[in-house]
Design a protein around this ligand. Structure first.
Ligand code: ADP
Ligand code: MG
Length: 244
């Protein structure tokens, strides 16, 4: 089988300022004197991963373990500090709830905005606008600013837009956990349909049942390192054993 994603020895470092600085003047003096102390924070540490076309990969791990960071590296939002990332296809990244939305705009406006962020043309969005609205079940709320939406409503629109146009890879970061049960089921059905059509899916979720139902393979990240990678049930069992 062909690898659609290949990650070799990837590291992502963030510079974090260690000192507490009271004012801007002090900050510039320290910069000028090169006295600022930075801590090199390693969010991803020598991560290796291969995903085959059509696979559904789950990523699990505690908060801050690097799950969103690896998704950003895969979608090209972040350039890794070290290592190689190869992606052989188009991506619809649903990274953070509301990313790609301007919450002062209405849902109608945001559907077009989000579509263009994902690289879909206006014509494409016009063609699938009604489907997006129908899937999200928010027809009566289309013309109010999205700042009045609940997080579940934002997730509905985000998921509907990202999955409306077929891409090779769909990335879903914790979005499925905010919706209500019925909507989660609807999303799972759609993911299953996309999978049947050959789409590669990467899902980050704290709901292990969801991971077990959907994924063919699971990556467990711990403090930026690969703790375990392999068969879904084996990795989920080990993770759950670790929580007890
Ligand atoms: N842009 C950034 N600058 C500094 N630190 C970051 C940045 N993005 C993420 N981090 C840090 O990297 C670690 C991993 O973050 P993240 O990938 O969001 O974790 P997860 O999604 O698993 O909860 C966290 O400690 C977070 O604070
Ligand atoms: Mg995250």
């Amino acid at each position: 089988m062909e690898n659609i994603i290949e990650i070799k020895d990837v590291e992502m470092h963030f510079n974090m300022c260690k000192e507490k600085i009271d004012n801007l003047k002090e900050y510039f003096i320290k910069i000028a004197k090169r006295q600022l102390m930075y801590e090199d924070f390693i969010a991803l540490d020598k991560v290796n991963l291969e995903v085959q076309r059509g696979e559904v990969l789950g990523i699990i791990g505690y908060n801050g373990s690097g799950k969103s960071t690896i998704l950003k590296v895969i979608s090209g939002i972040l350039k890794p500090t070290k290592g190689i990332v190869k992606v052989n296809g188009t991506i619809a990244p649903l990274i953070e709830l509301g990313a790609g939305f301007d919450l002062d705009l209405t849902a109608r406006e945001n559907i077009y905005l989000n579509g263009s962020v994902l690289g879909f043309s206006k014509k494409m969005m016009q063609d699938c606008f009604d489907d997006i609205v129908e899937f999200s079940e928010l027809k009566d709320f289309l013309d109010i600013p999205m700042k009045n939406y609940s997080s579940g409503m934002v997730a509905r629109i985000g998921f509907a837009v990202a999955t409306m146009v077929k891409t090779d890879i769909l990335i879903v970061d914790e979005i499925l956990s905010v919706g209500d049960f019925l909507f989660q089921q609807k999303c799972e059905n759609r993911i299953n349909n996309l999978m049947a059509g050959g789409t590669t899916v990467i899902i980050v979720s704290h709901t292990l049942d969801q991971i077990r139902r959907l994924c063919s393979k699971v990556l467990w990240l711990d403090k930026g390192k690969v703790k375990m990678l392999g068969d879904t049930n084996t990795v989920c069992d080990a993770y759950e054993g670790n929580l007890k």
